[in-house]
Structure formats: C-alpha cells, structure tokens
Ligand binder design. Structure first.
Ligand code: FMN
Length: 206
C-alpha cells in the first residue's frame, strides 16, 4: 500500500514538509510506502473551467505538475494534503493545483482515505483545514482524523518540531491512516464498495 503526501508549500523542506514527514514516518513504521510530492514554487495555472478534463481525465495545461500528480493519486491507496496557512486559508498555488486535480476526477479518488494538515505561524489554521477537507468530502473519500484538528505552529522547521502537541497530532494521524488502510485492505474481498447512483445535478433549487 502507498500514500501520496502533497506538499503545497513553496518551500520544499519547510514547516509543511516537517509536519508531513512526521505523518509519513508513522506510515512507514506501519509498512506503508510514502511519496512526498512537492508542487514546487513555479506558477500554477488556475482552472479556466473549460471542462476538457471531463472527456480526458486530465487537465489541458501541461506546464505544471498537476497531471503527474493525478496519475500518482490514482495509483495511491491514500492521500494527505499539506498546506501553509496564508491569510487563514490554504496557499493560492495549492488551491489552484487542487481545483484542477479534483475537478471531474473526483470519482477516481473515491474510497481512498484522505487527510489534510496545515502549518501556520499563529492563526487561521482551522479555517484552512476546513477548506482543504472540502476536496475530499465532494469525492467520496473517507477523512482520517487525529486527536485534534491537524495543525502545527511555527515559522521554521525547528519551531514546528518544538510544537510537541502539533507533532503528536501528526503522528496520531499517520497511525490512524495506517489503521484505516489496513481495515479497508482486510475487508476488500468481503465488503463491496457502495453502489453508485447516476449523479443528479440540480442547480440550486431547480
Ligand atoms: C502570504 C503569507 C500569508 C501568511 N498568512 C498567515 C496566516 O494567515 N496565519 C499564520 O499563522 N501564518 C501565516 N503565514 C505564515 C505561514 O503560514 C508559515 O510561515 C508557514 O508555516 C510556513 O510553512 P512552509 O515553511 O511550509 O512554507 C503566512 C505566510 C505568507 C508568506
């Protein structure tokens, strides 16, 4: 089994990475492979709502790593998304990335356990955390939780390591995700996936 951990920070080895690594270490300890994927610090195109992805399963824009990440997510058994907190939300490059990664592909990720984690200096963590979880709850992905909302505090990786509660939250998350992945694996030959209805789209009240 393998888990894809997406680092949405422009800093490859910064605070978000430090938190994701703590989650990954626990997954590895429980015999689950991990891949920390950095979205980089180059411009990420926003979604232009062309809807071409509904035909191809991929985004029309090829000059950033969104399509590469779609392939990795399809192959992964679980997904963790990590973001720095910018103005009490996930950072803009990451939301541009995820809008394109999840739009019309959400059934490809269905039933894969997912979690988000956020890294902040001081405030806005739970609002950013809530926003990230929206990608999972529209995609039939079971959300893995921890002992508190998944946030670390600090402005440098060293400060994040001093956030002992935050680091424990990350370890608990890793253990909980490993447990759920193993439960799903154990049940996959006996418990069928839920029957899917043809999607209905009623625009607001009509
Ligand atoms: C544009 C910008 C906005 C930020 N907004 C917030 C914020 O709203 N709340 C907060 O606590 N920290 C904020 N920060 C600090 C970052 O969240 C913090 O440094 C983060 O943990 C860095 O993670 P990284 O090393 O993975 O990039 C902001 C930083 C930047 C650059």
């Amino acid at each position: 089994m393998n888990v894809l951990l997406i680092n949405g920070s422009p800093h490859k080895n910064g605070c978000t990475y430090t938190a994701l690594s703590e989650v990954a270490d626990q997954l590895i300890k429980h015999d689950i492979e991990t891949n920390i994927f950095h979205i980089g610090n180059k411009p990420i195109q926003g979604c232009i709502a062309c809807l071409k992805c509904s035909q191809t399963g991929y985004c029309v824009f090829q000059n950033d790593p969104v399509n590469e990440c779609i392939d990795l997510a399809k192959k992964a058994d679980g997904i963790v998304i990590g973001s720095p907190v910018y103005y009490a939300g996930p950072n803009g490059s990451l939301t541009a990335f995820l809008d394109r990664m999840f739009y019309h592909k959400n059934s490809a990720y269905a039933y894969k356990p997912a979690a988000s984690i956020v890294s902040c200096r001081r405030g806005g963590a739970s609002a950013a955390f809530d926003r990230l979880n929206k990608y999972f709850t529209i995609s039939s992905m079971p959300i893995v939780s921890s002992q508190y909302w998944n946030a670390v505090h600090g402005n440098t990786p060293d400060e994040v390591k001093q956030d002992l509660e935050g680091m424990q939250i990350m370890r608990t998350l890793g253990k909980n995700m490993a447990w759920l992945l193993k439960c799903i694996e154990a049940g996959k030959n006996t418990v069928p996936y839920p029957e899917k209805e043809e999607p209905r789209r009623t625009n607001f009240i009509r």
